[in-house]
Design a protein around this ligand. Structure first.
Ligand code: ARG
Ligand code: ZN
Length: 883
């Protein structure tokens, strides 16, 4: 494929500082849907860190060059070389003014990268390398400059013109056009540039910072969404306050803007002073958004706000350092959400996602370290590994230092590197300096891919009253790396006595944080195998290992059912109480799957039934109870196998749910009656927990398929004053075997919500996840629904993404039709939006985890895709995934 020879692999080891620095940038946009003109004036200075005489190399893609001049003199054709992705000018002075004019076509930019149209507005997405689709520029994060941006557009169609920083000028022009000039005083890389133009309406508020400055807060949306901004605004104010209190970070401009757009590849973008958001991560109202959406909005608004320090004021030297800003910022937003809600529930949710999806990525063909050392297309590296595992790595650092030293370390990092583009080493150096901790071995967490496996065994010596814990660690080989070294792994540990109380820990062999006698301590595992010895242990204890999920690893210990029940009831660590229940459930379900596979009728272990009965009779909070009552998802169960028994898992999980419902019907009903909500909808932790618990109980009862329960769910569907309950009821009706009811509910929901794109996303999704065997036919039919569009990423994710990623039993149907379907969609989509195409293909790349027949069919489709002319994005993923 000759086309890819121009786009070779880029290596971290080849990093060189830029040859030129940009002191100042002035941009003028004359906006038209098909022929936007962009004028740039850039003041360049040769970088002393590089040799003299180097040419000026600027990135550029899909640009039509109109004019070019240096220091006011137009540049003749023979002095520059123009290629598909670069403009190179030889023989330039050490300081000069570069000016260019280019023409671009936003209306036909379906990649949603650079300047593009969403509905009738103009907007931008420049991270990682989208600015080069706007004009010629050194489009790399270590070139930081101040930007002045003038936006010119038709006054009627685009009354609102926004860019980064503060508005400094505006006025009227001929032909019904007007302009606004924005100035951003903070030096920034081009990936943080943003521009918006449209007929937008404003929700306004303000925030007084800790030093008493007033900041204007503005959320810009399409007129029909004005009533859906309150939650995002409240979340923003909470985040601003939290960052002052917890990190001492104050906002720095006089204005902070958020714009909601419908067509957006990711969740949101932290452009300086002008965040651009996927509308799904801003807009919420009780009747249109679920609790989950409310919480996601809170988290994403905070995430983008926190980037103002962790990302913008201190940015990345190069894209290999992406997790420097993303891992740290995810860690910050996770802690924020934990503080705003139920911390234990938040941790359970984050770990579930990590163990299900990130562990799968780490075990698949696109496995890469938290800091990758090579890539073809950086957009492929906005991954769960960079974000979620990256956050776990920062969490481990924070736990190693403790809260006070971690705050000192972050203060030092921000002060020392304010205004700079830095590396992971700079972050870790600050943490090491304030604490005296040696992070040399720990740094392997950044360079080594794969999920470490810990195998733990124990031995109690009744004579000496000593308890031995032996831990072995092994990181499996990943496609990108053969040799793995032992990591420095913090294993937070407690020991429970027979009454369920924590035993004081006196360690006589092995390294650990904390004091002798503390009841939980962090064991420092450094070797491939290490034994920790605890003294003065009166009786054989039950170990509570990896409390709070202190490291992103898989841990196995030969727990008996009795021991797990003991931990479930008594562990002082809420996370491990939940995890003990999950282990119990995994064991029970795996036993059933073996039965199923050998042709017998699987039965659920009565031990699990009794454990669940105990849960329902306990005084746990509704939110925790809901988590504990939920059986592990099919995807997580699949992760426990080398070859995923797709059908067995699906069938056995259904049987298990029904068995639990039959055995615990009266307990589930009682639970439902005792947690009824009253008063208006509130998306706070208590009410969310109650709704979650009620819907969990109800969906168990729904498996009984009685007319009475169906009627009850139908009532909830009709009468709910909030989308959480309405959507839950819709799902129960649609996923039950009662086709008539399902059809009726879907029709009614569509009638009610067809004008609301975000609600319709749920309508598509609930059908995509339907377990009935006609799901693929439905999905195909829904692609012709007027509300569906392949050009809108939210729609693609809700229908095709949800079907292929979350409807396992149907996606992996043995006729192979779904594999073919996904390949067809991806090939079509790659022509429009390579970023979305290369993400959507993920389920097909995981063929190693399936039986020979499925493997073969999946590979056939990958090979078929490989025959086509592909984007770099898709090419990189496919070439890794091919056998
Ligand atoms: N920095 C953004 C965030 O995490 C994500 C932008 C991703 N953009 C992309 N083209 N992959 O908040
Ligand atoms: Zn981010």
């Amino acid at each position: 494929m000759s086309h890819h020879e121009n786009n070779p692999v880029i290596y971290l080891k080849d990093y060189l500082p830029p040859a030129f620095l940009a002191d100042k940038v002035e941009l003028t946009f004359d906006l038209y849907p098909n022929q936007t003109r962009v004028k740039s004036a850039i003041y360049f200075t040769r970088n002393e860190k590089r040799e003299s005489g180097l040419p000026l190399e600027l990135h550029g893609a899909d640009l039509k060059l109109i004019s070019l001049s240096l220091d006011g003199q137009s540049v003749s054709d023979d002095r520059y070389v123009l290629s598909d992705d670069q403009l190179v000018i030889t023989e330039v002075p050490d300081r000069f003014l570069f000016e260019a004019e280019v023409e671009i076509d936003p209306a036909n930019n379906t990649s949603l990268e650079g300047l593009y149209r969403s509905n009738t507005m103009f907007c931008t997405q420049c991270e990682a390398e989208g600015f080069r689709k706007i004009t010629y520029y050194p489009d790399r994060p270590d070139v930081m400059s101040s930007f002045t941006t003038t936006v010119i557009a038709d006054k009627t169609e685009y009354p609102v013109l926004l860019s980064n920083g503060n508005p400094v000028d505006k006025g009227e022009l001929d032909n019904n056009r007007h302009f606004v000039t924005w100035q951003d005083p903070f030096h920034k890389p081009a990936y943080l540039f943003a521009l918006v133009a449209g007929d937008l309406k404003l929700v306004k508020d303000s925030f007084t910072t800790m030093s008493g400055r007033e900041v204007a807060l503005e959320i810009w949306v399409e007129p029909e969404n004005l009533s859906k901004c309150d939650h995002a605004m409240l979340s923003l104010k909470n985040a601003m306050k939290w960052d002052e209190e917890v990190y001492g970070r104050e906002y720095d401009l006089d204005i902070y803007m958020i714009v909601a757009v419908n067509d957006f590849n990711m969740g949101a973008m932290e452009n300086k002073g002008l965040n651009i958001f996927n509308s799904s991560c801003v807009l919420a109202r009780a009747d249109t958004a679920t609790d989950m959406a409310f919480q996601r909005i809170e988290g994403v608004v905070a995430h983008e706000y926190f980037h103002n320090w962790s990302g913008n004021r201190v940015t990345c030297r190069d894209w290999f350092q992406l997790s420097l800003k993303e891992g740290f910022t995810v860690y910050r937003d996770q802690c924020f959400s934990a503080d705003m809600n139920d911390a234990a529930v938040k941790r359970i949710e984050d770990v579930s996602m990590l163990r299900t999806a990130q562990f799968a990525e780490d075990a698949g063909p696109t496995a890469h370290p938290v800091r990758p050392d090579h890539f073809i297309e950086i957009s492929n590296f906005y991954t769960l590994t960079i974000y979620e595992k990256g956050s776990e790595v920062v969490r481990m650092i924070a736990n190693l230092l403790g809260p006070d030293l971690f705050r000192k370390g972050s203060d030092l990092y921000f002060e020392r590197h304010d205004g700079q583009a830095v590396t992971v080493e700079d972050f870790v150096a600050a943490m090491s300096e304030v604490s005296g901790i040696d992070f040399e071995q720990f740094m392997r967490w950044y360079s080594q891919a794969g999920t470490p496996q810990l195998d733990v065994s124990d031995h109690y010596d009744a004579e000496t009253k000593q308890y031995h814990l032996t831990i072995r660690q092994m990181t499996p080989v990943t496609k990108d790396q053969q040799d793995k070294l032992p990591l420095h792994i913090p294993v937070k540990t407690g020991l429970l006595n027979t009454d369920g109380q924590d035993i004081p820990l006196i360690l006589v062999q092995g390294e650990a944080s904390g004091q002798q006698g503390d009841t939980d301590r962090v064991l420092h595992l450094r070797e491939a195998e290490q034994t920790f010895i605890f003294d003065q242990i009166p009786d054989a204890p039950v170990p509570s290992l990896l409390r709070g999920f202190s490291a992103p690893v898989k841990l196995s210990f030969p727990y008996s059912q009795q021991q797990l029940l003991h931990l479930m009831r008594h562990d002082s660590d809420g996370f491990n109480r939940w995890d003990a229940g999950q282990r119990l459930a995994v064991d029970a379900l795996q036993t059933m799957v073996s039965e199923f596979e050998s042709g017998r009728v699987p039965e659920l272990d009565s031990g699990l039934v009794e454990a669940w009965r105990n849960l329902l009779g306990s005084d746990l909070s509704p939110a925790i109870l809901a988590e504990m009552l939920s059986l592990p998802e099919e995807a997580y169960l699949g992760e426990q196998y080398d070859v995923i028994p797709v059908d067995g898992i699906h069938a056995c999980r259904r049987i298990a749910r029904k068995t639990l419902a039959q055995a615990l019907e009266s307990e589930l009903r009682t639970c439902l009656e005792t947690h009824q909500l009253s008063g208006p909808y509130k998306p706070d932790a208590d009410d969310i927990g109650k709704r979650r618990l009620n819907n969990t109980c109800l969906s168990y009862l729904m498996t009984l398929e009685t007319a009475e329960i169906t009627e009850r769910v139908w009532q909830q569907f009709n009468q709910a004053d909030n989308m959480t309950d309405q959507q839950a009821a819709l799902t129960m009706l649609v996923h039950s075997g009662q086709d008539e009811k399902a059809r009726e509910a879907l029709e009614q929901f569509e009638q009610q919500w067809q004008q609301d794109a975000l609600v319709m996303d749920m309508w598509f999704q609930v059908q995509a996840r339907r377990p009935q065997p006609d799901a693929l036919a439905r999905v195909k039919a829904l692609m012709s629904h007027p509300g569906f569009s392949l050009k809108n990423p939210n729609k693609v994710r809700s229908l095709v993404g949800a079907y292929c990623g979350q409807n396992r039993v149907n996606f992996h149907g043995l006729d192979g039709h779904s594999y073919r379907f996904l390949a067809d969609v991806v090939l079509e989509l790659d022509q429009m939006n390579p970023q979305i195409a290369s993400r959507l293909i993920t389920p097909l790349t995981r063929w190693q985890k399936f039986d020979a027949k499925r493997q073969q069919m999946m590979q056939t489709e990958l090979q078929r895709i490989a025959q086509a002319e592909l984007s770099n994005d898709l090419y990189e993923v496919i070439s890794k995934a091919l056998p």
